[in-house]
Design a protein around this ligand. Structure first.
Ligand code: HEM
Length: 349
């Protein structure tokens, strides 16, 4: 008898603890899964792949642009398409942040086109956050990179802050220490940070991002030099010539990977060993003892790079994802379903 009441007491205590947990704690995380749309929109991946492939063929800068947009989305309040929201008269958005001004229009266009095609086939089903994650993978593989799993079922954000991106994202004048801190704070290791930086095997950087390395350079002690001495001299002089009018024409840019700019490969790391890193944050990965061993490893072995990049991208694609009532499935990727206000009403999707 005593034993039964003890058991009952224990059961009651357990139930009330569970009820407190239900009421007070966050909802249990909904699991994302690669076949999330297998019943509701079975051709979703195929549709996205077709649209993205033809966009990339017409505009080969799309791959790098989408990959960067994806990173800027995920690192700011999670992979929730918050970066896709267009600013309006009523509300600014992540697009207004300084660091996002250079995100290319072709990248957003690629997502818009994919979403349009999806809405024709299965309206209101596939989130913009999932479109961006799948488009990034299509483009990584299309340019020669690894294929990795992309679990699906993300919801789209109900907000988009114009100030958060400049706080949460790494800038080209940061030290490696500061970049490590940013990544570690989000649960990424130094190795994952180095592997993800391999995305700079694609795309461009505008001259203003590396101008301080090639014009009026001063070392940490304030001593002047013709250019950052960690740079290969021929490379530095080439960039000085290419960027000479950058203040008049801020659109001038250079390839991040000068050797194989359109190919997703480990050449980015090989370049760093040779002083051919474009941004100081790239080249510093070679000089910093915390990151150099990984640069050496990836430069020596493309398979190692692909394996680690694939794992890190999958992890990045899961960062801070929203599920359930935390988000919605936008009908248009650039605006909330509730209209262009700062806090739209959530839908019940
Ligand atoms: C580790 C710290 C990082 C820093 C400091 C950094 C900084 C930058 C900067 C300054 C640019 C040039 C932007 C422009 O001038 O238009 C750029 C371009 C790019 N970044 Fe990063 N980035 C970092 C990490 C990443 C990661 C993790 C990814 C993706 C996984 C990424 C993907 C790209 C791509 C693909 C481009 C080329 C964009 C284009 O051509 O349109 N970056 N990055």
């Amino acid at each position: 008898m005593q034993r039964t009441s003890l058991l009952l007491l224990a059961a009651a205590a357990f139930l009330s603890a569970a009820m407190v947990a239900v009421h007070a704690g966050p909802p249990p995380p909904v699991k994302l899964s690669p076949d999330f749309y297998s019943q509701t929109c079975p051709r979703a991946e195929r549709i996205i792949a077709e649209v993205i492939q033809s966009k990339q063929m017409a505009n080969p800068t799309t791959a790098a642009g989408v990959l960067r947009v994806f990173f800027h989305d995920c690192f700011v309040t999670g992979c929730d398409a918050s970066v896709l929201i267009a600013p309006t008269h009523y509300a600014k958005s992540e697009k207004d942040a300084d660091i996002n001004h250079s995100l290319p229009g072709d990248a957003f266009d690629a997502v818009v086109r994919s979403k349009l095609a999806l809405e024709l086939e299965c309206p209101g089903v596939v989130s913009c956050a999932d479109v961006l994650a799948l488009a990034s993978r299509v483009l990584v593989t299309m340019t020669g990179g690894p294929r990795y799993p992309v679990p699906l079922g993300r919801k789209d954000s109900l907000s988009s802050s114009p100030t958060t991106p400049d706080v949460e994202l790494p800038h080209s004048n940061f030290t490696i220490g500061r970049i490590i801190e940013l990544f570690v704070a989000k649960g990424f290791t130094v190795q994952e940070m180095v592997a993800l930086s391999g995305a700079h095997t694609l795309g461009f950087s505008h001259c203003q991002e590396f101008a301080s390395r090639i014009y009026n350079y001063r070392d940490k002690g304030g001593n002047p030099a013709p250019f950052d001495p960690s740079m290969n001299p021929t490379y530095a002089k080439g960039l000085q010539a290419a960027c000479q009018d950058y203040q008049k024409d801020p659109t001038i840019a250079a390839f991040n990977d000068i050797m194989t700019p359109g190919k997703f490969d480990n050449m980015y790391y090989v370049n760093l060993e040779r002083g051919l890193g474009l941004l100081s944050t790239d080249e510093d990965l070679w000089s910093d003892v915390r990151t150099k061993p990984f640069v050496q490893r990836y430069a020596a072995n493309n398979t190692d790079f692909f394996e680690d990049f694939a794992k890190a991208m999958e992890k990045l694609s899961m960062y801070g994802v929203k599920t359930g009532a935390d988000g919605e499935i936008r009908r248009r990727c650039d605006t909330y379903n509730g209209g262009p206000t700062t806090s739209p009403l959530p839908t019940t999707q």
